[in-house]
Structures are given as structure tokens and as C-alpha cells.
Design a protein around this ligand. Sequence first.
Ligand SMILES: *Cc1c(COP(=O)(O)O)cnc(C)c1O
Length: 356
Amino acid sequence: MPRTVLLNPGPVNVTDRVRQALMLPDLCHREKEFTDLMAAIRAKLLKAFDIEEEYTSVLVSGSGTAALEMAVSSSLSPGRSMLVIENGVYGERIGKICDVYQFNRRTIKLGWGEPPNLEDIEKELKENPDIEVVALVHHETTTGLLNPLKEVGELARRYEKIYLVDCISSLAGDEIDFKSIDIAVGTANKCIQGFPGVSFVLLREKELERLRKIPERTLYFNLTGYHRAQEKGGLLFTPAIPVHYALDVALDELIEETVAGRIQRYASAAKFLRAGFKDIGLEFLIPEGWRSNCLTGLRLPKGVSYERLHAELKGNGFVIYAGQGNLSDTIFRIANMGDITHEEFQRFLKVLKMVC
Ligand SMILES: *Cc1c(COP(=O)(O)O)cnc(C)c1O
């Protein structure tokens, strides 16, 4: 029986080496073994993305949203506003976090899958000096749209704003220009190819001074509190220990493959799949040139419900992903993140063709 292939955007298929790292003896997180491991993971994150010079990293137990909430809630100075660019569920999630913390926010609200217009962003920045932070989702997993990270970042830089980016579904899958980013958010269980349960924030060292002046708004998700503790080789709360061990191995594998190598592997997989989708006659949600390397949004073929498509594919060992919100009846999503072989992608296309 072949294994189940996960074509959802995380959790992803991991290698046996990463899986075996979960098998641990009993241990205490406040012992040196574990705090050394955390230090190693923090360093490997910076090494993998070649940002050791200017960045530092903070680990937090929880899914990607934990690190996102930590970054958003800890990064706005009192009396200032955040500009949130929303064109999918995850941009809207940043907006929701702002609302939970009662932040002043300005929002560029677009249709799902609609790329932002740089002039609109510039206009907001020009007219609203209260804006301190610009927040963007790099890869909008809702649709598979890759937002213009670099261009928005250059605008943010020009207007001297802090640039906060949700890179959760693009880190190690799509090219990221760190030059313009001040705060980036990621998670273990997407293109990093670890298990869910630990996520992280990558931030510029020079941001720390400003961040430390911001009053603490949350006990569990205070970014500078975690940073201070982790720098001292300590930690505030009990972490999800096993998934840290798996993340450490996943990062070794990422460093071996290199981020550029992994991006290339995902890009080739996406190219191969998309040629197959075209051949089947499926319609793409996002036009060419705007798609990430990691996920493809497709319209459901006429007369085929998502439930049927999902069930037939699952019966053949492939897990696909539904659309969210308004798109749930009209699209489905195929991610190509994780440790998946070319043979598995080939077999998937064959089964998909049969079902369609
Ligand atoms: C997966 C994802 C998240 C976080 O979702 P969790 O369920 O908390 O892991 C946030 N943003 C984007 C863009 C994502 O793809």
C-alpha cells in the first residue's frame, strides 16, 4: 500500500529522517540538551536563509498563527497604525489580529486573488503618516497568488515604515527578498518540511530596540519576552518538545538541499503539475506570472463536486484541499509542498485525469 500523499498546504509529507526525530527519550525542556537544541534551531533558520548578519529568530510553540499573532501584536507602537493588505483569508487574519488587539488599522481590501495596486499603497502611505507598520501576506494560500513582496517592501522602505510579512507558506518554497523585510513569520510544517507545533519569527536585530519600548499586550505571545529568554538559553513556557527535534533535522535537510535547491524543486513540481492540469482541461484561478511555486488553485470541473473529487482521490491515496469561504463551492487547491516524489505527482495526475 503506497503512503498517503498530502497535496494540502501543510502539514506536509516529511522524510523518514524527520519522522524518526520524534522518537525521544523522556526529557526536561529546562535541561541543557533542550536549550542547546533551541539555540541550534534558531541559528540554522538564519543560516538556511543566509540572514545571519542582520537577523535574529524567535521560536514559539503553536501553529503558524501563533507566530503571526506574536509578530503582529508585538510590533505596533501605541498611537500608530498598521496598514494591512488583504486579498485572501490570511491577509484578513492579520486584520483580525489587529482588531483583537484594538489596533488602529488602515486596510487595502481587495477581492481574493486580486493583486494589490502599488499606487494605492503609496497613496495610503503618503496620506497617513500615522502608519508605522505595513503588513502583507507573501503567498496567499487562499488562492495561490504570490503577492509582490519586493515591490511593496521597497515602498515601505521609501516611506520609512516597518515591513511585516507572513511568509508562512512561502519560506523555502518561493524566492524571498529579505532586504526589504523587517519581520517575517514562518512555520515548521509547510515548505520547511517539519511537523506542526512550532513556528517562528525572523526579525532584524535593529528592530529590537523599538520593539522593547512597546508595552506588553499579551502574556503568551510577547515577542521580545521570548527573544530575551531564548537569547539567555532559557524559555518562558513548556514548548512542544518532539516537534523541535523534528524541526532541527528538517533544517539540516533544508541546509543540505539549500533553499535555492528546494525552491527549484517546488518550481519544477508546480510546472509539471500545471502542464498536467492544462492537459486535463482544468481552469486556473490565478493567471500565469502571479502563481506561487507551492500551490495551484483550480476551478472544479462542471458536474464534479469537491466532495466527490476529494473522496475519489483519497481512495487512491491523495489528499487535496478545498477552497475557503466563497470559493469553497467553486475551486479546489493542489499544493506541492513537502517531500513528494516525481513518481507520486505522475500517479496523481493519472488518477485526477480519470476522475475528471
Ligand atoms: C498556513 C498559513 C497560516 C497559518 O495557519 P495555521 O493553521 O495556524 O498553521 C498563516 N498564513 C498563511 C499564508 C498560511 O498559509
